[in-house]
Design a protein around this ligand. Structure first.
Ligand code: SF4
Length: 335
């Protein structure tokens, strides 16, 4: 599949599959021209900690260090301006599009900034001027689920329609027959600690056991995201005239609708907050306090200033950071 004269761009998600893929390329003496990370700004802390470690490894084997890019909107309809997918959701009182059954967050936050960056590179322009395509390597593994994603991807994902004449997609892990386990083995062979699976820590595609592994601040932020959109979803349901308790709202939360788990699926509620509450991942009192403190309407600049914060990060730090009150020996929130 890979021809050594064709420029190779590798999309690195900082997780297990794409890290294994890059190590597999090294083992096959295939050197990428660019290793690029589309950072949505909302990965797990452990994922961000892995990046400099892997960059050192890349440098040690003669590969280029990774380049990180991020989607930067030009116009904001609502306040405050946002710089990550999380802030995008909070500003616009919405959930990641996957919660509504769409895939636009990935297209907007990942594909667009990568293509924009590559477009500005001289060797990329030279490649296109020769009438050739850049090979774009994506770390979908050799499982049936990822094969279906790759098939869909050849039509809709990872290449936007207007880029079809510029890129050719390559799924090396599928060519090599590598599953997630092969990737983990490759990471260990390279002498590296295995990073967590990468995704936004509030991704609707997360499984319940993945929520169990989140830290306190990430869990609290999930409560905030769902609390912020709850009223909007209920209003939407009321506007549609849906009877109370049926069809619930537009969606019930990040997991959209509850799953009973009757056909072999894992049972889960439609919102992660309920799961966090049911499994006592956070104290119920703290969940209630965060829900009550989260504004659910769209905000103007003066609304936001009245709350006393200049951006979402300020506000989340204040709301979600725990402070240990040693006199009582229990966690108390800083707010
Ligand atoms: S990890 Fe999930 S929430 Fe984040 S961009 Fe991808 S699909 Fe959207």
């Amino acid at each position: 599949m890979h021809n050594h004269n064709q420029p190779l761009v590798v999309c690195w998600g900082m997780g297990q599959d794409s890290t294994g893929m890059i190590i597999g390329l090294k083992e096959r003496n295939i050197t990428p021209d660019l290793i690029i990370v589309a950072d949505v700004g909302s990965e797990r802390p452990e994922t961000y900690q892995f990046r400099p470690i892997f960059d050192d490894w890349l440098e040690s084997v003669g590969f280029p260090k990774s380049v990180s890019v991020r989607y930067q909107p030009k116009n904001y309809k609502h306040w405050p301006p946002y710089y990550s997918l999380l802030e995008n959701c909070l500003t616009n009182v919405t959930l990641p599009s996957l919660a509504y059954g769409y895939h636009t967050c990935s297209a907007k936050w990942k594909i667009t900034p990568i293509n924009k960056y590559v477009y500005g590179l001289r060797w990329a322009q030279e490649c296109w001027a020769r009438g050739e395509k850049i090979l774009k390597a994506i770390g979908f593994d050799d499982s049936p689920h990822e094969k279906r994603r790759a098939e869909r991807g050849r039509q809709t994902f990872a290449i936007q329609n207007d880029e079809r004449d510029k890129y050719e997609l390559w799924f090396p892990l599928q060519d090599w027959g590598w599953t997630r386990e092969h990737c983990v083995e490759a990471i260990k062979r390279a002498g590296l600690l295995v990073p967590p699976k990468s995704s936004c820590y509030f991704c609707p595609a997360m499984k319940p056991f993945e929520v169990d592994t989140l830290g306190e601040k990430e869990l609290k932020t999930i409560v905030v995201i769902e609390a912020r959109t709850r009223q909007r979803h209920l209003s939407h349901a009321a506007a549609k005239g849906w009877p109370k308790g049926e069809g619930v709202p537009l969606c019930d939360g990040l997991w959209r609708q509850a799953v009973k788990g009757t056909r072999g699926g894992t049972p889960k509620p439609g919102n992660m907050t309920q799961y966090i509450r049911d499994n006592e991942l956070l104290p119920a009192g703290e969940i209630d306090r965060i829900i009550a403190a989260t504004p659910h309407e769209l905000l103007t600049q003066s609304d936001f200033n009245r709350l006393g914060f200049s951006n979402w990060q300020d506000w989340l730090d204040h709301l979600c950071e725990p402070a240990l009150d040693e006199s009582q020996g229990q966690l108390q929130l800083a707010i």
